[in-house]
Design a protein around this ligand. Structure first.
Ligand code: SF4
Ligand code: SF4
Ligand code: FES
Length: 568
């Protein structure tokens, strides 16, 4: 497994060739890779060692002491050889003091107890210590519902406090950076955020100051934590000390409906969870996929969803007549578009298509072009979006499905846009269908659009020359649709619908499917998105022998097939 981001540590994933050792786990002998972290040993066999400061992708700090366990090693004879029991396994010598699991690695003959009396006493003691100065903020804390302190207090704590002194009060609502607020008194000093900033975000600007109970997390004087990865610290902070300015106080996490999907802000396709309630998206959080983004995502992608609730969104089909916009019924809008498209010779039609569409949508666009073209190729191109790769997760390609669009044969990364402009000006192309793109953004301005006899625009937020569109079709955002996309590394991954489209907007594949039926493709009726995928897998050999279900939550690697086709 190799994520696109290089983690400095992979305590949970030792290399495949690591030899196995015998370890006794709560009385049971098991085989695990040599050197595997003891927290991970327990996890592999369904046991849980509570922990705060340990994170599988960060260096080991060993400072929270929550992971204490009882450890034993083989009893040795006079020749320093292990003494064996009747079953041929080593007799165990238990150490009198508990050890920390995060800083201990599996060795031959090691024994682990995760729930003995000693371990339970240690867990209760550590919880009591951690709660001494922790404010009782749960009712107003954003982390309530997914806070490790809250959860462990129930599972491993004493359930009461013996502390009668004044709690130490630490700073509240400290501005940590453009996207993060710190409530210092909630911090349990686990140092995960400090290690993340140093080791992964590579912005070493946070650390602890002062001592003992007065120890405080702070950002270095004159600095701000403004890394494009800063919000990952909010995810990994085990308590509600670090909160996202964007999400704070907006929604209780237990009200959120979670849908597994992928980020569509760049070609990396980080795996995410869309948290929504009543058709409003409140947050995007990373979902672990060791082939893509590991545990992380960038802030830009995480916060890049607000446009889907923009007031400027087109939420119903409409037509422009004498400069005014009139809402239409879907049947009327689609009939008008289909009829007009069929009036033009195929050589006069052009499709300007977005590489932010799913493979299924692109496949239906292709079908539409083929049906209208009747053997003649119809002009089509995708709009490129270029950024700068940051060496971590962000790709230079800001379209999430360029590889899909090229594979399906829709466009060639924007190389034909100049040609399109010239053809419109020369009246060689008289009908333009722009799908999730505003032609103005690539220099096809109002004056050029005026040359067209018919212009259909399908999408979310129209550009300034929208009044040039004869018909507007209200499409869906990434959170409102299911489908697949191929990321920069050639991985086919799924989006899942999290919310419904606003107003009378519709999923784009349904709009395209209905248009297809109207322009004459009768032999296939797609009822659900998996029907489109199945058709695609039968017709396009890249998807050969795949089905909607086999793609799974973590996607499928198509890189070899794409390399063979020189697309990767
Ligand atoms: S802010 Fe959170 S992650 Fe950082 S040290 Fe404190 S508890 Fe740990
Ligand atoms: S790296 Fe790209 S895909 Fe990942 S979260 Fe950022 S914008 Fe989204
Ligand atoms: S997880 Fe082991 S000491 Fe914190």
């Amino acid at each position: 497994m190799s994520a696109l981001i290089k983690n400095p540590f992979n305590h949970d994933l030792p290399p495949l060739e690591t030899p196995l050792v015998n370890v006794q786990l709560d009385g049971q002998w098991v085989k695990v890779p040599k050197g595997l972290n003891v927290i991970e040993v327990a996890k592999r066999f369904g046991k849980f060692i509570p922990h705060y400061c340990y994170h599988p992708k960060l260096s080991i700090a060993g400072n929270c002491r929550m992971c204490l366990f009882e450890m034993g090693m083989p009893k040795l004879d006079a020749n320093r050889k292990p003494i064996m029991d009747a079953e041929g396994m080593p007799v165990i010598n238990w150490l009198p003091r508990p050890q920390i699991a995060c800083a201990t690695q599996a060795t031959e003959g090691m024994a682990i107890r995760t729930s003995s009396k000693l371990v339970k006493d240690c867990q209760e003691g550590v919880m009591e210590f951690l709660l001494i100065n922790h404010p009782l903020d749960c009712p107003i804390c954003d982390q309530a519902g997914e806070c490790r302190l809250q959860e462990y207090a129930y599972d491993f704590g004493k359930g009461r406090s013996r502390f009668v002194e004044e709690k130490v009060k630490k700073p509240k609502r400290v501005d940590f950076g453009p996207r993060i607020i710190l409530d210092d008194e909630r911090c349990i000093l686990c140092s995960r955020c400090i290690r993340f900033a140093r080791e992964i975000a590579k912005q070493d600007v946070i650390g602890f100051v002062n001592r003992g109970s007065y120890s405080t997390l702070t950002v270095y004087p004159g600095k701000v934590f403004d890394s494009n990865y800063s919000l990952n610290t909010v995810d990994i902070c085990p308590v509600g000390a670090l909160t996202s300015k964007d999400f704070r106080f907006k929604m209780r996490v237990w009200f959120l409906r979670e849908a597994k999907s992928i980020c569509t802000d760049c070609a990396t396709g980080c795996n995410i969870i869309i948290g929504s309630r009543e058709n409003v998206v409140y947050r995007l959080t990373p979902r672990v996929n060791e082939e893509v983004n590991s545990h992380w995502m960038c802030d830009q992608g995480r916060l890049g969803f607000h446009y889907i609730h923009s007031k400027r969104r087109v939420t119903e089909p409409a037509s422009h007549l004498n400069g005014s916009l009139f809402p239409l019924e879907w049947s009327e809008a689609l009939r008008t578009v289909a009829q007009r498209l069929m009036e033009f010779p195929p050589s006069e039609i052009a499709f300007l298509v977005s590489a932010r569409l799913t493979c299924e949508e692109l496949y239906l666009v292709k079908k539409l072009m083929e049906t209208l073209g009747k053997g003649t190729e119809i002009f089509s191109e995708i709009v490129p979006r270029k950024g700068v790769a940051d060496g971590l997760l962000r790709s230079a390609d800001l379209n999430p499905n360029t590889k899909g669009a090229i594979s399906i044969g829709i466009g060639k990364e924007g190389t034909r846009i100049e040609e399109l402009k010239n053809k419109i000006r020369a009246k060689e192309i008289n009908c333009l269908f722009a799908i999730h793109e505003n032609p103005e953004e690539v220099g096809i301005q109002e004056d050029i659009l005026s040359y067209l006899s018919f212009y259909v625009w399908q999408g979310l937020i129209p550009g300034p020359a929208v009044h040039k569109a004869n018909v507007l079709l209200a499409g869906a955002s990434f959170a409102e649709k299911s489908g697949t996309m191929i990321n920069i590394a050639g991985r086919l991954q799924k989006l899942h619908k999290a919310i419904l489209c606003p107003g009378r907007a519709r999923e784009d594949w349904r709009i395209l499917r209905d248009l297809l039926l109207l322009v004459g493709l009768k032999e296939r009726v797609f009822e659900k998105i998996s029907d489109v995928f199945d058709a695609m897998s039968k017709e396009i050999d890249l998807f050969d022998s795949l089905s909607w279900n086999t793609v799974g939550d973590l996607g499928i690697d198509l890189s070899q097939k794409l390399k063979n086709r020189s697309i990767l």
